[in-house]
Design a protein around this ligand. Structure first.
Ligand SMILES: Nc1ncnc2c1ncn2[C@@H]1O[C@H](COP(=O)(O)OP(=O)(O)O)[C@@H](O)[C@H]1O
Ligand SMILES: [Mg+2]
Length: 143
């Protein structure tokens, strides 16, 4: 599976996230990839809205994981500050990879090897005109 989208504005990115939220099932894991400011959290916000979550969604950079209650639970992680898999396991992070909710992970590179089969990779690239090209695949990317 490989799909590509062009999001010209933050609103379009939020809408894309919402569309994925509408399709998401229990146990869905989404790895959000892309540089700082690419739009990973904007995508997560859109997805949360599809689950009926109205709280503000910000990158849980300091808390590492944030849990939200919607029609399904949403677990939003930002592993930017995590240095190794062992720390993730010590935090009990593995449970969220096989959960009854939707798990969204920013900066998942550090636990790449642990991501379950079926993980959806959302790769966001910033274009020169500030639009974003979003590649969605179920295969681990090489980039
Ligand atoms: N086309 C676009 N898609 C998504 N975000 C955009 C776009 N153009 C500008 N932005 C801005 O880029 C920023 C993305 O921030 P954020 O989602 O927090 O990034 P990340 O979580 O990837 O670090 C937001 O301030 C958003 O308004
Ligand atoms: Mg973020």
């Amino acid at each position: 599976m490989r799909e590509e989208y062009l999001c010209r504005t933050p609103e379009e990115m939020e809408n894309l996230g919402r569309q994925f939220g509408e399709k998401a099932k229990k146990g869905t894991v989404i790895s959000l990839r892309g540089s700082l400011g690419a739009g990973k959290t904007v995508f997560a916000r859109g997805l949360s809205r599809a689950l009926g979550i109205t709280e503000s969604i910000v990158s849980p950079t300091f808390t590492l994981i944030q849990e939200y209650d919607g029609t399904l639970k949403m677990y939003h992680m930002d592993l930017y500050r995590l240095s190794c898999e062992e720390d993730f396991i010590a935090l009990g992070g593995e449970d969220f990879l096989y959960s009854d909710g939707i798990c969204l992970i920013e900066w998942s590179e550090v636990i790449d090897e642990m991501l379950p089969k079926g993980t959806i990779y959302v790769n966001i690239k910033i274009n020169e005109d500030q639009s974003r090209t979003v590649e969605v695949t179920d295969e681990r990317s090489r980039s």
